[in-house]
Design a protein around this ligand. Structure first.
Ligand code: SF4
Ligand code: SF4
Ligand code: SF4
Length: 238
């Protein structure tokens, strides 16, 4: 087996895929990473030890040791205890429908709408516990899962997590596009305002020029009339 330092980038990419396949895909973040794939990436690139996955327990630790050549044999207690899979259950009598748990669930296992009761789809729940801290009513509890964490559930959790990520990227893109369109509209509206102000100013200046010219013409006419009258009076005196 190649030593970590001798691995090529493509060997590391392959190793990443193998490690990600071994990890439980609960997306619980107990390893300190935002999900299983980022942790797999960190292990493959020698940025993290292999003993930080409590849901995987010793079974996953041994598989990771075989894949990487690492000799670590115990789980890091700082990442939390390794225990059998549980699922979240919402006490509907307490739920206020705030939707905070939906926002926190990495595998879209909670259904509900604003101000309506929420419920967990047990078959989709990975037991990650990420919905517990944000609940303002403390009405979510963890209970023993009725079925084990099978490879099918693991694959489904990964797919749902990926789909959620894709949806988030798409929604973020739509929001950014909407924001850019608003900015552009505001900019154009600002441009129109400037044009309108400039046109009004030009019209006012032109009107002022016309008034000034008319006043000067009237003054000249009055002077001319006065001179004519003076001349006529002088002629009469002669
Ligand atoms: S199951 Fe949890 S602790 Fe294990 S790799 Fe995935 S996110 Fe990390
Ligand atoms: S319902 Fe709660 S415990 Fe279950 S997957 Fe979603 S966030 Fe995790
Ligand atoms: S976070 Fe708690 S109160 Fe809010 S919707 Fe979820 S279960 Fe109900």
């Amino acid at each position: 087996m190649p030593t970590p330092l001798s691995r090529s980038p493509s060997a590391r990419a392959k190793l990443f895929a193998l490690i990600d396949d071994v990890l439980p895909q609960t997306q619980c973040t107990k390893c300190g990473y935002s999900g299983c794939a980022p942790y797999a990436h960190a292990i493959a690139f020698d940025e993290a030890p292999i003993n930080r996955c409590p849901p995987g327990g010793l079974d996953v630790l041994h598989k990771l040791a075989a894949l990487t050549g690492s000799r670590l044999a115990t789980l890091d207690p700082l990442c939390g205890p390794s225990k059998p899979i549980e699922v979240a259950v919402i006490d509907e009598s307490q739920c206020i429908g705030c939707t905070l748990c939906i926002a926190a669930c990495p595998v879209d296992a909670i259904v509900g709408a604003p101000r309506l009761l929420h419920a967990v789809i047990a078959d989709h729940c990975s037991g990650c516990e990420l919905c517990l801290p944000p609940c303002p009513m403390d009405c979510i509890s963890m209970q023993s899962a009725k079925s084990p964490w099978t490879p099918e559930r693991r694959a489904r959790a990964r797919a749902r997590h990926d789909a959620r990520g894709t949806r988030k990227v798409r929604i973020d893109g739509l929001i950014a596009a909407k924001h850019a369109a608003r900015l552009s509209q505001a900019h154009e509206a600002g441009g129109e305002d400037v044009l309108r102000r400039r046109t009004t100013l030009m019209a006012l200046r032109a009107r002022a020029r016309q008034r000034r010219a008319a006043a000067e013409a009237a003054q000249e006419a009055a002077q001319e009339a006065a001179q004519t009258a003076t001349r006529a009076s002088a002629t009469e005196d002669d």
